[in-house]
Ligand binder design. Structure first.
Ligand code: XMP
Length: 515
């Protein structure tokens, strides 16, 4: 764990919103860190947190194997008087731990609800008598612990919030981190500033200087290598490292032939005139040969990941760098920490995966504490091109996972050209709040009619979604005009395509990438 001046710890009980809580706290200029329920007393002592937030979670507190905060840690937090805010499952857990009662409600409650605020102070300072909030729970507290008072109720939840102000313990049945809770940010701000007495020290301006110093002290006069993917994370990690060690950073950019239109040029230009030792490797033939005839998405991912590592190993041997730089960001670290409980939906191959047969003195991950939007801000501060900073997330295996059939020249070309049209039309129409937007080459064919002739042609699927963190996503409700422009251009400009389909499923159940 890193040690910042002011830290709020967020204990993750498996809620889909845990990252959202942590991000909201950072938006309030306070550094937040996610930990798991087995967090130890010594881990907490190291960080000396200003406050602890217990997240929601999908389980019932009475269920077998439901996650509970390590008892020693809980006792320590109470003994030290560290402020606690429990959200949903966290609220129920506080009640249970301190002698209250929780029960499984027959009627689950999901969606917006109106609650009465019984006292406008503490974490509810400045709130109105009634508030709109986001509820998502099965269980609820029906008896509060001794010395607690109920601070909010609704028709369905007689104990929608409680507190023990002298012990600085607060519980909320609803989710303040979700935008549908109208004054959710105000509640979190009250907790962080009024209860935890934070002063707001988390500022990205110092981040670059501190990391440049840190990298310098690690690498000294040695050499480091990084695999550039064209994505924002590895580019920003390279730019920070270059600021520290200049031409002793070797950036290997592998063009696997599965990149977006113009991407290779954008990456090359981003580092043109810089000190960095930039090397672009044209490996298209090599990748296409390995991928010949493969349609299974997981196999594609494995082959691409493996091939990347082989090429990167070959280059590392030539360069003999002692240090490996990776663009790992905070959600990557947390997701891998959780992997023992999570199911593999897709094996995410991130470019720059660790070569097994080369050992490095140390791995440097300058962005390991940052969320994507923070990485973007650092990129802006470093003066990186807008095209790189503003781009959508792009998977390591590239366009290969946006083709439902085999990786062929034609399939890739259709996907690449159609995606470029999607980008252009969305930009022309100034569509905002898009997480990712791209085209998919589908394997099925349909009958079309072109110039009075029957044509059994290709279908392109469009995936355009809104999301906060890619854990969940909603399809973008685009105007018919924009969809029509995209469809018309794709069928006019890509001769093989006769039909364009729009995926109107959210995640879940559909994932963002099709394969
Ligand atoms: P899914 O498809 O799981 O994607 O909803 C969630 C986010 O992860 C990205 N993604 C990947 N990123 N390697 C990556 O580096 C991968 O193999 C991969 N698969 C999905 C996806 O673009 C979305 O942002």
């Amino acid at each position: 764990m890193s040690v910042e001046d002011e830290v709020i710890l967020v204990v993750d009980f498996g809620s889909q919103y845990t990252h959202l809580i942590a991000r909201r706290i950072r938006e309030l200029k306070v550094y937040s860190q996610i930990v798991f329920p087995d967090v130890s007393v010594s881990d907490i002592e190291k960080v000396s947190p200003k406050g602890i937030i217990l997240s929601g979670g999908p389980r019932s507190v009475y269920e077998n194997n439901a996650p509970h905060l390590n008892s020693e840690a809980f006792d320590y937090i109470i003994k030290e008087g560290i402020p606690i805010l429990g959200i949903c499952y966290g609220h129920q857990l506080i009640a249970l731990k301190l002698g209250g009662k929780v029960q499984d409600e027959k009627k689950k409650e999901y969606g917006t609800a109106t609650v009465d605020i019984l006292e406008s102070e503490g974490i509810f300072d400045g709130l109105k008598k009634t508030e709109t909030v986001w509820m998502s729970h099965g269980d609820q507290v029906y008896e509060i612990p001794q010395n607690f008072v109920v601070t909010s109720k609704s028709d369905t939840s007689p104990i929608a919030a409680f507190r023990n102000a002298s012990k600085k313990i607060y519980g909320l049945q609803w989710h303040p981190e979700v935008v549908h809770t109208k004054n959710g940010k105000k509640i979190l701000s009250n907790f962080v500033y009024n209860v935890c007495k934070c002063s707001g020290t988390w500022d990205l301006s110092d981040f670059i200087d501190e990391n440049v110093k840190k990298i310098n002290s690690i690498v000294k006069d040695g050499r480091a290598i990084i695999a550039l993917s064209g994505g924002i994370d590895s580019t920003v990690a390279a730019a920070i490292t270059e600021k520290a060690i200049g031409n002793r950073l070797y950036a290997v950019f592998v063009d696997h032939g599965l990149l977006r239109k113009g991407e290779a040029e954008i990456v090359s230009q981003a580092f043109a005139g810089h000190d960095i030792n930039f090397k672009k490797i044209d490996a298209k033939k090599r990748f296409f040969k390995k991928l010949e005839g493969i349609t299974d998405p997981e196999k594609k991912r494995m082959i691409i990941g493996e091939e990347f590592i082989r090429i990167f190993e070959e280059e590392s041997k030539k360069i003999e760098a002692e240090f490996l730089v990776q663009g790992t960001i905070y959600p990557d670290i947390i997701e891998s920490g959780r992997s023992q409980h999570a199911e593999t939906i897709k094996s995410h191959h991130n470019v720059g995966g660790l070569p097994e047969t080369i050992s490095f003195k140390e791995i440097i991950e300058p962005l390991r504490e940052l969320y994507k939007d923070e990485v973007r801000e650092v990129g802006r501060k470093l003066g990186l091109p807008k095209k790189i900073i503003g781009q959508y997330p792009f998977p390591g295996p590239g366009l290969a996972v946006r083709i439902t059939g085999p990786v062929t020249e034609e399939n890739i070309r259709i996907c690449r050209d159609a995606s470029a049209i999607v980008d252009e039309e969305l930009e022309k129409a100034s569509v905002e709040n898009i997480w990712q937007a791209f085209a998919i080459t589908l394997e099925d064919k349909v009958v079309g009619v072109v110039g009075d002739q029957r044509k059994f042609g290709r279908i392109v699927g469009l995936r355009i979604v809104e999301s906060q963190d890619a854990m969940t996503a909603n399809f973008k409700k685009l105007s018919w005009d924009v969809l029509e422009n995209i469809s018309t251009r794709i069928t006019n400009e890509i001769p093989e395509v006769v039909s364009v389909a729009y995926f109107i499923s959210h995640k879940p159940p559909q994932t963002i990438e099709p394969c």
